[in-house]
Design a protein. Sequence first.
Length: 201
Amino acid sequence: MNLIIVLNILIKKLNTLIIFTTITISVIGIIFCFLPLLPGPLISWISFMILNSFKIVEFSLTFLIITFLLSFFISFIDNLLPSYIVKKYGGSNKGVMGAFVGSILGFIFLGFFGMVLGTFVGTIVGELQSKLDFKRVIKSSINSLIGFFSGTFIKITISFIYLIIIINEVSEKLKNIIVSEESKFWKFISKKKFVDSNRIK
């Protein structure tokens, strides 16, 4: 009996590690949504696979396929959306390239703010090389920002929804972890100090 209890405790601790790892991955996915070229929703989707692989939460195959395709599609479209909007409203290929290069350089030097500024300035530089009039240059630059923020907003929304799903699915297990662990940093939530073997799944 003691061996069984020990094994159950070890399994529970492994599950605890996996749960917190998947939540961390989901948060990283949201952060990646602010960065150029990085597929934030796909990173968040990995959490579903980890939870499902270890049988902590069992998602249906249909759910996993649909969420993967959605994540892939959004990550792919995000890289094309600024270019599409710029081109649709009269921008040039050089403006599109300028927006792309500007966003990368801006992020390297100034982070997220630099990425936004770089997208705007890069579009202006590119459009000026195409000898467009100043009004069209500014219009293209604004459209590139609209495309950038639209894609970022969609990625963040999907990744945040994934995080909510994960927290909702593991919430009961997290509750059990909080009230049963001994002398951990979260004990301000609960004053219980001993493992309740009845809570071990």
